[in-house]
Write a protein that binds this ligand. Structure first.
Ligand SMILES: NC(=O)CC[C@H](N)C(=O)O
Length: 365
């Protein structure tokens, strides 16, 4: 058994049992309330720069199946759980969560009072943390937590975006094939899969791609993916959206939504502790319908900052009234803060959102 400790910037120290890789990681400690979907969330590149804590007390009980991954590996810096299951049961599982974290070179800590840490995070706001596997030096963990830079100063997108553009042709036959250029700010795989399943060819491009290159592809729609960190740091993508607004339909999810909003004149700000989980209620202001959505974000769009622009807030979170969806009055530009592509989480909004994307391209819904 490996000794392990987590230290927070407010001086909190919790000792536990280490698993996965030995070593030290730093990042924001964030909590998610989802009961399942730990494989999808650990491999979601939006969690780069963050140590992921599950409020659900038993994690790993159905093992690990690489087919569920949302990128090429674990992207969260570390994992904090109450209990990690050593002997999972699932017919598609090839390894347990201990082996996953070991193979990926990332530390995990179990035996932690995640309820106490979650309450602390809700009261204090998201905190910087350090996780040390192979030592129980709590003072050192607190020192490292306090020493690390704020997440807003980090360029996390360049760590997780693709290096070169690549095109995936859809195997679904449609009469009139559409083509989307997908800006990879730290893309979850199921965004591209959701487009491919609808007969759309997808060209994924790095986050540094200039407007001129996107124009050369002449896509039917520009899509901006989810991704890590503060949307202010996605400056190239913001500029590209400004350049291309009005010349092609544009849509996006999560960080992509924040980037589009900034390009259209809005501000973004940091939430106290974010929305992370699989049961976030989102109300459509036109229909009044509330859908249960999957979410993972720490920043949000300031709805009031759209005043005087041609953009409307179309959806809000009924827990705290924050912006969940926007739409331009005249142009084919719309985006959502939540994750209609799910993985993890409910698929309730998948058909509605991607149906709208297809419609914006004049494609088969
Ligand atoms: N999942 C995402 O795209 C997250 C967006 C952004 N990094 C945030 O935390 O708000």
């Amino acid at each position: 058994m490996m000794s392990a400790v987590i230290g927070l910037e407010d001086g909190t120290i919790l000792k536990g049992t280490g698993f996965g890789a030995e070593g030290i990681v730093c990042g924001e400690l964030v909590f998610t309330t989802q009961y399942t979907g730990y494989e999808e969330s650990l491999t979601d590149p939006s969690y780069a720069g963050q140590i992921l804590m599950f409020t659900y007390p038993l994690i790993g009980n159905y093992g690990v199946n690489d087919e569920t991954f949302q990128s090429d590996g674990v992207k969260a810096e570390g994992l904090v759980v109450r209990e990690a299951c050593p002997s999972p049961s699932h017919h598609l599982s090839t390894r347990n969560i201990y082996k996953l974290m070991e193979d990926e070179g990332k530390p995990g800590i179990s035996g932690i009072d995640t309820r106490m840490l979650t309450i602390g995070t809700r009261e204090h706001g998201t905190m910087r943390a350090a996780l040390i596997n192979g030592s129980d030096d709590g003072e050192e963990a607190v020192r490292l937590a306090r020493e690390q830079p704020d997440i807003s100063t980090l360029d996390l997108i360049s760590r997780v975006t693709c290096k070169e553009p690549y095109t995936i042709e859809s195997k679904v036959k449609t009469g009139d094939k559409k083509h989307v250029v997908l800006f990879d700010l730290g893309m979850k795989k199921n965004i591209s899969v959701s487009l491919l399943n609808r007969g759309v060819d997808v060209t994924v491009v790095p986050a540094s791609t200039p407007t001129s290159v996107i124009e050369e592809y002449n896509p039917d729609l520009l899509f901006l993916s989810n991704g890590p960190g503060d949307p202010q740091n996605a400056q190239n993508a913001i500029n590209v959206v400004k350049d291309l607004a009005g010349s092609m339909p544009i849509s996006g999810i999560c960080l992509g939504h924040q980037v589009i909003s900034r390009a259209l004149g809005a501000d973004t700000y940091k939430l106290k502790f974010g929305h992370r989980g699989a049961n976030q209620p989102v109300k459509d202001l036109e229909s009044g319908i509330v859908h249960i959505t999957s979410q993972n974000h720490g920043f949000a769009v300031d709805g009031d900052s759209f005043d005087g622009t041609d953009v409307n807030v179309t959806q809000i979170n009924t827990n705290d009234n924050t912006v969940e969806g926007i739409e331009h009055n005249d142009l084919d530009i719309f985006s959502v803060q939540y994750h209609p592509e799910a993985n993890a989480g409910p698929r309730d909004t998948e058909k509605i959102f991607f149906g709208k994307v297809m419609k914006a391209m004049g494609g088969r819904v």
